[in-house]
Write a protein that binds this ligand. Structure first.
Ligand code: ZN
Ligand code: ZN
Length: 383
């Protein structure tokens, strides 16, 4: 079969295994080459589907997605139980560690670091933690919310100095510093694909969020006699879910852009990704700062943060989808099992059956590819 989009001879299939284009002729799903109804990392989803796990954990297959989703839900339930029991300090700690620990398990599951776990983990999660400690302590030396805000009526006005610092300057500096450890990963030549850069960036961002949260709430952790438990549920939602998702996806996008630049594929989409990451971070922190200075319901702050995080996740998917489609280097035809649809396939860059980009397959699977010289001798999907 000859693909209409890349003109290569490829095995029969719904998707071209070389360029990933949808081979349908009816055009019912829009642009066959961009195939936005079939997200390249998880073909069961649209590119614009608001899903956290398939966006930030792109290497996981169906079964693992469910396991991680349940682990996340169980973790959140644990936080809720601790909160209801009045164990606020424990709830804060579990919240802070929940997503970073899940990510650590993910990196292990998918073997994203291949043969160099210590180096990769050190420069991503570890580097993020160190950057988070240094930067958060520096910010707290400059601005201490407890001593700087003795006015009990502060709830009625917006503090401009704090807003510029915490809502504008700190997000900008954080976005630069968070990305540095992953960018300076010494053996990055072993991880050329943008999906690797994205995952490393997310890991660094999560490490940073962990350190930032633990330091920022260290006073609450040690002096809980003075904390009214009533409002903590909102803070806990931000700590456990929204803050790490924002920090992780923003840095993931910036590091992914650096990876794209190294591949010589820097375009408007990537520049837009960096702009999106920075603006979303400013909107998240600045917006939270403004809203908490007014007497608005804390629930509304959560809605605001969730909206920003949702937009950020959409852009991550859009960026990764097109990066996967563009970077499908011809890996040679090989017998393998598709991690998404579990068919035995003879494929190059994409599963001919479901269209998954095999560069986003877990490392064990990539290692087990068995090369085949003659792809035409066996039709694809013939399990
Ligand atoms: Zn093609
Ligand atoms: Zn498949």
């Amino acid at each position: 079969m000859r693909c209409d989009h890349c003109a290569h001879d490829v095995p029969d299939g719904v998707f071209c295994t070389r360029c990933g284009a949808h081979q349908g002729t009816t055009g019912e799903f829009g642009d066959a080459k961009r195939r936005e109804h079939r997200y390249a990392a998880h073909p069961g989803e649209h590119v614009a589907q608001p899903s956290v796990i398939t966006t930030l954990f792109p290497h996981l297959g169906h079964q693992k997605i469910h396991e991680f989703r349940w682990a996340f839900i169980v973790g959140l339930a644990g936080v809720l139980v601790l909160y209801i029991s009045g164990l606020i300090a424990a709830a804060i700690l579990v919240s802070a560690f929940l997503v970073p620990v899940l990510y650590l398990i993910y990196l292990y599951e998918a073997q994203v670091y291949r043969d160099e776990p210590a180096m990769v983990l050190g420069f991503t999660i570890g580097g993020g933690v160190v950057a988070g400690i240094v930067l958060t302590i520096l910010v707290r030396l400059i601005y201490n919310p407890i001593s700087a805000d003795p006015n009990p009526l502060a709830g009625t006005s917006v503090n401009i100095g704090a807003l510029l610092l915490l809502g504008l300057l700190v997000p900008l500096v954080q976005e630069v510093v968070k990305a540095l450890p992953a960018i300076f990963l010494p053996n990055r030549a072993n991880f050329p694909e943008t999906v690797d850069g994205l995952v490393f960036g997310i890991a660094a961002g999560l490490g940073f969020a962990l350190a930032e949260t633990v330091i920022n709430f260290s006073t609450s952790l040690t002096s809980l006699g003075h904390v009214a438990p009533g409002n903590w549920i909102y803070n806990l939602t931000t700590i456990a879910v929204l803050q790490p998702l924002m920090q992780g996806s923003a840095t993931g996008m910036i590091v992914a852009t650096v990876w794209r630049q190294r591949l010589g594929m820097l375009g408007g989409r990537e520049i837009g990704g960096v702009a999106m990451a920075v603006l979303a971070h400013i909107a998240f922190s600045g917006g939270t700062q403004i809203l908490s200075d007014t007497s608005i319901s804390p629930l509304f702050i959560l809605f605001w943060q969730a909206a920003v995080v949702g937009a950020l996740l959409m852009y991550v998917r859009y960026l990764l989808h097109h990066a996967l489609l563009e970077e499908a280097a011809h890996m040679g035809f090989a017998e393998t099992v598709c991690p998404s649809c579990h068919m035995h396939i003879v494929a190059s860059g994409f599963c001919p059956n479901c269209g998954m980009a095999l560069t986003a397959a877990p490392s064990q699977l990539k290692r087990n590819r068995r090369e085949r010289k003659d792809p035409a001798s066996r039709a694809s999907g013939g399990a």
